[in-house]
Design a protein. Sequence first.
Length: 283
Amino acid sequence: MHEFIIGIFNFVKSTLYFFRIVCVFCILMLLLYWIQNLTHATWAWIGFIKPFLDWLLEEANKIYSVSFDLWGAVFEFKYLSALIILVISSYVLKLVEFLVGVVENIYRGTRMLCKKTEQTLMNKQLHEDVKKEELKLTNYSLLIKTRIKKKFSHQEISINLDEQNKIMTDFIKEKTSKAPMSFGGAYMYQFNDFEHIDTVLDIMFKLLNSSAPLDYAITIQVGDNLNQLGKLLELEHYGQVTMAADTAYRYKYNTIHRYQTAQVGLFQTGEKTLEVHEFKPIL
């Protein structure tokens, strides 16, 4: 429909432009016709337009019919009136063409405004739909992999990793009432309230900032994509709480944010590229 309307505008402007050319042509032919009559010549080739010129002169004579003789030639002001009519007609056509252009610009501007408004409403609705879908994701899994910190690994008094892991799991159970499951050589915890993940993050950062002789690689995955969770764990980002891009995207829809997310980098895992982010406290 839009292309059809634009086609009409173009057709009207082209037609008006054509008639302006016709007016200019008629002005030239009228001048030649006037010269022919003044000189009492006969130009056969002007005959094709003579009926129109005679009609125009007859109408112009009704407006101004004064004539006078000069050196044997009769000057009739109806020719001048006809010329004025043609010139005015040309300018009227030009004005109409300009007004058609104005109407076309108004139409284009209105259509663009309507499209922008429609696009804005569509984007808003799409955002709301995405938000609703994201808020449905409430379950998430957390993996913790541990190792002895390098500065403790060569001490004369050896650190028992199993004992330190028990201290860690007891601490987490005390804070969350959750017992761990084994997953890929790490401890896995599952939660069902992503909206309040900040509470769990508080506990994780207490572990990271503790004086315990352990290093912690902590990964979080929203939903049930355990395969991706395992890929994150394989990267072994010790000293960080990491996640994939989908979890970072889901976090931004939470109402409260005590933490910010930052991109760690892009990592090749088999044939796929994994975009890794991390949680950081908001300073």
